[in-house]
Design a protein. Structure first.
Length: 193
């Protein structure tokens, strides 16, 4: 599967915005994962798909996403809501000033605050086969949020997910990632471990 660049994502969302305005539909679209890393933090050049959850305009969105996939020759699921299983009841989102909705309709785009995206990325990690992009995203977000150790990382995750919902594999993964980050910082600072 081809990767979607930041420019591809923006072009697809612009087409959604134009279609929503033409049909008089308002769509609030929360983007997560690699698309959020690319759009909100400029920390990724590409992603496999756009993980998103829509509020409003679901029938419109299905039609428009399918039409854009055909026009762009992208996979049919270039924009999908598989991320729903990792969203929290305590979301912290921020509006992205990408499009200006008209009074008749349009697209409003939101992305997670860095703390929330860090928690989501940690909850979604697959320890045995953790994707290099996911690890890079977690490292980037740890630095962005000032998380320096596993204890602080787990405390942050618990702001969004109940302790009982955090799998042991996530806890172990966080400990390993944070140890590596601490080691890298120590090495970069020229301090002996």
């Amino acid at each position: 599967m081809a990767l979607l660049s930041q420019a591809d994502i923006l072009r697809g969302l612009a087409k959604l915005d134009a279609a929503a305005k033409a049909e008089g539909v308002f769509v609030d679209l929360s983007v997560y994962g690699g698309a959020a890393m690319a759009l909100a933090f400029d920390a990724r050049a590409s992603t496999r798909d756009v993980d998103a959850v829509a509020r409003g305009g679901h029938a419109f969105l299905r039609r428009a996403v399918a039409r854009i996939a055909e026009e762009e020759q992208w996979p049919a699921d270039w924009l999908n809501d598989a991320v729903k299983r990792f969203t929290s009841g305590h979301e912290r989102m921020q509006a992205l000033e990408l499009f200006e909705p008209s009074p008749q309709g349009g697209l409003r785009v939101y992305a997670p605050a860095p703390e929330y995206l860090f928690a989501m990325k940690c909850m979604a990690m697959r320890i045995a086969g953790t994707d290099a992009h996911d690890l890079a995203d977690i490292r980037f977000l740890a630095k962005e949020t000032g998380i320096r150790d596993a204890k602080a990382a787990l405390a942050l995750i618990e702001n969004f997910y109940p302790r009982g919902r955090i799998p042991a594999k996530v806890q172990f993964g966080i400990e390993e990632i944070m140890e590596r980050l601490q080691s890298a910082r120590t090495h970069d600072d020229g301090v002996e471990p």
